[in-house]
Design a protein around this ligand. Structure first.
Ligand SMILES: O=C(CO)[C@H](O)[C@H](O)COP(=O)(O)O
Length: 231
């Protein structure tokens, strides 16, 4: 199983973003948190800023839309060239149609579930998505504590992916650190978003390597197939 570490730029210094992106060049993807102060009680940036990040980032973009009205806005992020675009299940009535639009543009399509959202209705739809993001904090802010109670849901998604023989990446986001990454890996995650744990380190590359090693050593026994960044 491939392990991916995606630093969240929510924890970066926004005034020096290009330099911050250079500090995480050994990571797999950069996790870009788009917040609208409506779907979540926090505000970051929109397509113009994400386009500039796309221009200067040394690694591909993993865009996480914590916004309402995703049917209107999500395709624009795919058109900017984002490698993956993840929208929240709670923000659309048509997740499959939206995922198909994102894939048609050329992005990987991700669906995110807040801690209180049941995965069950989505388990039969997994082939429509390239990634499932199981939130391990309430979306909106970095630096929160990992919610252990989300692990049964992660396990249920991992089991469904494996049973269906799919190559759907399982991402976790929130409170991921050297203390918690092994727990999420054991429950089936293969893609780990880490904000403060990476940007708070003196040498982010060393923290990225440590997180990757810990996740690999705790990986879920029955983990699904390899999966790699598309060329
Ligand atoms: O989506 C997010 C918040 O909604 C962030 O990506 C997440 O919280 C990462 O921050 P940290 O690793 O510091 O918890």
């Amino acid at each position: 199983m491939t392990t991916r570490i995606n630093p969240s730029i929510l924890a970066a210094d926004f005034v020096n973003l290009q330099a911050e992106l250079a500090r995480i060049a050994t990571a797999d993807l950069v996790h870009v948190d788009v917040m609208d102060n409506h779907f979540v009680p926090n505000l970051t940036f929109g397509p113009q800023m994400v386009g500039r990040i796309q221009d200067v980032s040394p690694i591909p973009l993993d865009v996480h839309l914590m916004i309402s009205d995703v049917d209107r806005w999500a395709p624009g992020y795919a058109e900017l060239g984002a490698y993956s675009v993840t929208f929240h299940a709670e923000a659309t009535d048509e997740p499959v149609a939206l995922a198909r639009r994102l894939r048609a543009i050329g992005a990987r399509a991700g669906i995110a579930l807040k801690p209180g959202t049941d995965a069950e209705p989505y388990l039969e739809l997994l082939s429509e998505f390239d990634q499932v993001l199981v939130m391990t904090v309430e979306p909106g802010f970095g630096g929160q504590s990992f919610m252990h109670e989300t692990m049964p849901k992660l396990r249920s998604v991992a089991d469904a992916v494996r049973a269906a023989g799919l190559d759907v990446w399982l991402q976790v986001d929130g409170g991921i650190s050297t203390d918690t990454i092994g727990i999420a890996a054991e429950a089936g995650a293969d893609t780990f978003v880490a904000g403060s744990a990476v940007f708070g380190a003196d040498v982010p590359a060393e923290r990225i390597a440590a997180l990757r090693d810990l996740a690999a050593s705790h990986r879920h026994e029955g983990a699904h197939g390899p999966g790699s960044l598309k060329s």
